[in-house]
Design a protein around this ligand. Structure first.
Ligand code: ZN
Length: 158
């Protein structure tokens, strides 16, 4: 068996009045993500983890923000594309472990829905997906509620 590990990290700015979509879940909050696509920081970190595990570049290479095709795009498209590339190479996902880093709001009420979305898109079991949330104890740009980040590690095998 061949195992490959991947890591993804993504950051977006938070501004008032925009929508906040994390893991495909629309979260009611007075701030949202400023981004070219829908700015789903969790999906983006998973995409980069998949691409990284295969050593085939990063999300910006496949979906450049200077291409209007991806303006306001549902990041589900990016995730499905990365998954397709992985399948073409004969790999399957063992597990995904993600952390979303934000000061507010609390994500726990939404993580089950996020895991369900990811399981459906990647055709894996919900138990293969972990989503955690943490704050930065009010320090730095995340603690000041200016931004949001997500990190993901993934293990593939074939
Ligand atoms: Zn992003």
């Amino acid at each position: 068996m061949i195992n490959r590990i991947g890591f993804g990290h993504d950051v977006h700015q938070l501004i008032e009045g925009n929508s906040l979509i994390i893991g495909g879940v629309s979260i009611p909050y007075y701030k949202g993500v400023r981004a070219f696509s829908d700015g789903d920081v969790l999906y983006h970190s998973i995409v980069d983890a998949i691409l990284g595990s295969l050593s085939i570049g990063d999300i910006g290479q496949y979906f450049p923000s200077n291409n209007n095709k991806w303006k306001g795009a549902d990041s589900q498209i990016f995730l499905e594309h990365a998954n397709g590339l992985m399948i073409k190479k004969g790999y399957s996902i063992n597990n995904i472990d993600s952390t979303v880093i934000l000061q507010e709001p609390k994500l726990r009420p939404y993580t089950i829905s996020m895991r369900k979305n990811i399981a459906r898109l990647l055709n894996i079991d919900i138990n293969q997906i972990s989503i955690k949330a943490t704050t930065t104890d009010k320090m730095g740009y995340i603690g000041n509620n200016e931004g949001i980040a997500a990190t993901t590690i993934i293990l593939l095998s074939k």
